[in-house]
Design a protein around this ligand. Structure first.
Ligand code: MG
Length: 164
């Protein structure tokens, strides 16, 4: 049985995962407007992954006999200064998510919820992957700087995500 403390903590995390999805969808729309459909596709795949994270947490709460309570999702930003600015925003956001997953894990330790610890270990690994992917994109964007041709090449390769 899920404790009330764990249930509340998971419900708060579900809201964060849905906000992540919404943020990535907004970023995807931004790149569509910049005529960079490949990067837009990459972010739309990320949007779907974040919805998957929210559903994974929801499924767990329900399996353990808890109650899912969906919370309001804030409006995400819709304007950025540059492509690099978007991905720096992504990294900052994911670092915040990593901190909240780590805090959830601490709660699961305190609550002696061993099953939750196993679920959260998957998310801890996933966050390492998320941050690495974003740091790779940032490194490439920094190398590219303002070279239009290189931006188009990156757009092309990022557009393959989800089709490999
Ligand atoms: Mg996530």
């Amino acid at each position: 049985m899920l404790s009330k403390v764990m249930q509340d903590a998971f419900n708060a995390q579900i809201q964060k995962e849905f906000y992540s999805a919404y943020l990535y969808l907004s970023m995807s729309a931004y790149f569509e407007n910049q005529n960079l459909p490949g990067i837009a596709t990459w972010l739309k795949v990320q949007f779907q992954e974040e919805q998957g994270h929210a559903l994974k947490f929801m499924g767990y709460v329900q399996e353990r006999g808890g109650v899912v309570t969906l919370q309001a999702i804030a409006q995400p930003p819709c304007e950025w200064k540059s492509s690099l600015d978007v991905f720096e925003n992504v990294l900052e956001h994911e670092q915040g998510i990593t901190a909240s997953i780590n805090a959830l894990y601490e709660t699961a330790l305190a609550e002696k919820d061993y099953a939750a610890q196993i679920l959260l270990q998957w998310f801890i690994g996933e966050q390492v992957e998320e941050e690495k992917n974003v740091m790779d994109v940032i490194a490439q964007l920094k190398m590219i700087d303002a070279h239009a041709t290189a931006v188009l090449m990156l757009d092309h390769s990022m557009g393959k995500r989800g089709r490999e």
